[in-house]
Design a protein around this ligand. Sequence first.
Ligand SMILES: [Zn+2]
Length: 303
Amino acid sequence: MESALNRITGEVVDAEQLWLLDLVDKDSYVCRGCGVKVLPASFRPTNLVRPYFTIGSSGVHLPECDVDGEQRLIQQARQERVSTPRVGFPAPYPSRLVLKERREVVDGSAANDDAVPRGRSDAPESPPRSASTAQRKRVVATIRQICRTFINFPYDRDLELSVPGVEADKYYGVFKKLKWDELRRYPEPKIFYAAMRWGKPIDEATHMEIVVDAGQREGSKLVVGHRVRIEWADWSEARKTYVRRELEVAREEAKRAFEAGQKQKKAFVFILGTQDAVDPVLFRVLDHRLICCIVDEIIYPKF
Ligand SMILES: [Zn+2]
């Protein structure tokens, strides 16, 4: 499972958020669907695959649990639209990004407020099966679950989505893929995305910088690629590690997919950031909650 419920804070956490913790409490997490205990796995810095939650070999979900059903729904959703006029969208989904104000912690000793935020605003709702789409909307605190929903439900991108600073209010309008063969200006704020190049990123005290597979080309060769600069001069070590780990793990995942012949699967970097006013090559990200990297195929339906 990619996410679980923290039973102490009542919040849904992405498994990747475990990278932010100095100490992972294995007893804190339960299934989002049925509340059965689940275990965090692969969260150590030495692990080459990204973290996840598992129910373990002896565990079972309760009969009413829909978490396995969600996986089946995603498989179906990659082939066809799953929203219907009668039911609307049939599962909970992130419809709003809310960034809670927080203190920046530079010494790295108390960075856990990311993974254990206060309040219950993104606590899951467990609506009855007849609930309308309106009741299934969820608030999230990072862009990751929003990006997964964008990828997983290509035929349902007319779902509502509210993101701070972005005018569009539907999934299809909030996201913008950087042009593969053109270096251009993107004046409207969006969640921008492009495949990450495999070269080693620049990793310095003030920032990390990666090149994406979009920009000016000669033939198929990228001559000037857009760069994403993660400006982390005042971040805690935990937050830097979190972003660094995700990019490293995604690069490994993408290589494995490529070697396995899954050429459509790429490491897509998503950012809610801004293009530099002077240098259009450069996109800047200032907050670790506003960047993520997911290895998958992105489907564009022909309607
Ligand atoms: Zn369950």
